[in-house]
Write a protein that binds this ligand. Structure first.
Ligand SMILES: Nc1ncnc2c1ncn2[C@@H]1O[C@H](COP(=O)(O)OP(=O)(O)OP(=O)(O)O)[C@@H](O)[C@H]1O
Ligand SMILES: [Mg+2]
Length: 583
């Protein structure tokens, strides 16, 4: 392929909004151009890389016995209502009403569509297991599209959906996908951490995320030895040991704290510490009040709290509800006497372990001290739950090992959905015992564009991209240094043609441009191997070979250039691993 015939608009300047290296470099290297907020065109180089990623994903999905299909991007809103996800996905759904007044959704994912498809086509256990996948456009009206194609509104997702007769079948389908994912990310040259995640709006039980370490992104919580990794909504901190007061604690004592509502203000006012305080927060879960207690130096984690009280969704209650439940204005709630009034009283382990604390008095402008958990409010009872309902913080441990906090971007996600969607949509099959049962499902997503962006996040330097051979737009670049020298041009063409015949995806920089420009562009677009043909070295029968990662080129007899290139490329590919064997 000839450089002069391709649209490769490399540029020096990048828009100020490009905050991360991959965004800047994808623009500078002429991989992408922005159309509007969160939507990008892929130019020839960017699209070549995406196609290579797609090929890897497809090979591994097929090897794991998943079957490729394509589903529509336009989905009826009615399906989303049936599963209740019109509400869960509310703000990110792209919607339009068609000529006939029917409401439609631009696919952000496809659980509903694939479930009704399988419900119509599969009726017997004999047709299971089944795993269907597609590699297709998704639309999410992200509130804040960010970091170029890492968080865009329109993107390519590989989404797979497994259907099994029972949970054991699902475990096996999930295991296959998990291992296929590992091979996909290995072959794309990504470093990644697999973290336990919270299933959130998707429903279901087990779920893991494949996270690529990065300066930006979501918080990843790990132990030093890597034996435990979870996202921040899931990361479980060890409960502290039960504290005991030095001396007998006197009765609760009310203190007048006019206009002192925040933790900080109360601490100053009462000369106490946040960890001595019990924060009492009123939530509304499906219209029912739930009270959560966390220590003053901790934050409630909504996902954990929702799980602990068995709510699908919850939100902080409004001022009127707080007043109705506690009898006080916001900022003066306390747990005393609330257990009987609320749907659930959820107490974090760290609060249950306190010997004594300070909290709101359920009376505007008053707090109480000498509050003893178990004495002044219950630690057990029908609607009392003691659980991990807070976000883990620096200093916490998991099974005795200190927790470390870092950041990463999710490139893939595997989910055990169970029967949430099959039940909601009436998708059933006849089992061996002639009983009608809902399919047991899993779903598995990969962000194709994110793989490319994250490969650049991990692989770049000041000069440009450093892409793994498996997903670089070309494997090798032949660069004639002096375009005005016919011998140089002829030798460069010979090497290019021979490599092409040998099956190498090779680019010839045939532009009539200064050598400096060509070398700069070669580094910028990140082709893993460069063969430079210059008049001075060619006079001695030599060319120069350089890996993108080498500091200096290596001179080599010109007649060995092709064989050496093939050898280096083979080594690079071997390091990344090849297609997986069918499982
Ligand atoms: N806005 C987006 N832009 C690019 N890729 C995305 C976007 N949203 C999701 N993806 C990719 O699709 C995969 C599967 O989608 P999933 O629904 O699990 O995403 P998600 O958990 O909502 O992602 P995130 O937490 O980053 O918003 C993700 O692992 C990610 O790689
Ligand atoms: Mg996800």
């Amino acid at each position: 392929m000839r450089y002069s015939q391709l649209l490769i608009p490399t540029v020096k300047e990048v828009p100020a909004e490009a905050e991360v290296p991959s965004h800047r470099l994808m623009i500078r290297a002429g991989f992408i151009r922005k159309l509007a907020s969160g939507t990008y065109t892929y130019l020839p180089l960017g699209w070549r890389s995406l196609q290579k990623i797609i090929a890897v994903v497809r090979e591994e999905m097929n090897a794991a016995a998943a079957q490729e299909i394509v589903m529509p991007i336009v989905q009826p809103m009615e399906l989303w209502r049936r599963t209740g996800r019109d509400e869960v996905f509310r703000d990110i759904l792209g919607r339009f009403t068609d000529h006939h007044g029917r409401e439609n959704v631009l696919a952000p994912t496809a659980e509903e569509v694939v479930t009704v498809l399988v419900a119509g086509e599969v009726s017997s256990y004999k047709q299971l297991p089944l795993n269907l996948y597609q590699i297709h456009t998704k639309f999410r009206d992200e509130f804040r599209p960010q970091y170029g194609v890492i968080r865009s509104r329109e993107f390519l997702m590989k989404d797979a959906y497994s259907f099994d007769a029972d949970p054991e079948g699902l475990n096996e389908s999930y295991r296959r996908m998990y291992h296929a994912y590992r091979r996909i990310f290995d072959r794309c040259g990504l470093r990644y951490i697999v973290v336990e995640a919270e299933s959130g709006g998707m429903g279901g039980t087990d779920t893991q995320e494949f996270m690529v370490p990065c300066a930006v992104g979501d918080v990843i919580v790990t132990t030093e030895d890597g034996s435990y990794a979870a996202n921040i909504d899931k990361a479980a901190a060890d409960p502290p040991p039960k504290a005991h007061a030095d001396a007998e604690v006197g009765a609760m004592e009310e203190v007048h704290t006019p206009n002192v509502g925040s933790i900080e203000a109360v601490c100053n006012f009462l000369a106490t510490q946040p960890q001595e305080m019990i924060k009492t927060l009123v939530y509304s879960a499906g219209g029912r009040p739930v009270v959560a207690l966390v220590r003053g130096d901790h934050e409630t984690n909504d996902a954990k709290l929702a799980r602990a009280v068995g709510a699908e969704e919850l939100a902080l209650a409004d001022a009127a509800t707080i007043q109705a439940v506690t009898g006080a204005a916001v900022g003066f709630a306390g747990p005393m006497g609330l257990a009987g009034k609320v749907h659930k009283l959820a107490i974090d382990h760290a609060v249950a372990a306190m010997a004594v604390g300070v909290t709101g008095a359920n009376k505007t402008d008053y707090h109480v001290r000498h509050v003893v958990p178990g004495r002044d409010f219950p630690l057990a009872g029908e609607n009392v739950v003691i659980a991990d309902i807070r976000t883990a913080v620096e200093g916490d441990t998991h099974q005795g090992k200190p927790l470390k906090f870092s950041c990463g971007v999710e490139v893939g996600h595997v989910f055990k959905l169970g029967t949430k969607y099959s039940q909601a949509l009436g998708a059933t099959f006849l089992d061996e015992d002639s009983a009608e049962k809902p399919f047991v499902m899993g779903c598995y997503g990969i962000g194709i564009n994110r793989i490319l962006a994250m490969a650049i996040e991990l692989g770049h330097d000041d000069d440009g991209c450093i892409l793994p051979v498996s997903i670089a737009p070309f494997e090798a670049l032949v660069l004639p240094v002096n375009n005005d020298n016919p011998e140089v041009v002829a030798e460069a063409e010979r090497i290019h043609d021979k490599l092409q015949q040998a099956g190498v995806d090779v680019l010839l920089d045939d532009r009539n441009a200064r050598a400096g420009v060509k070398f700069k562009d070669a580094d910028l677009i990140g082709i893993p191997l460069r063969i430079a043909v210059g008049d001075r070295s060619l006079k001695q029968g030599k060319v120069e070979v350089k890996r993108r990662t080498d500091k200096k080129p290596t001179p080599l007899p010109a007649h060995q250039a092709v064989a050496e290139t093939l050898k280096i490329l083979a080594e690079m590919k071997a390091k990344l691993g090849g297609p997986g064997r069918p499982l």
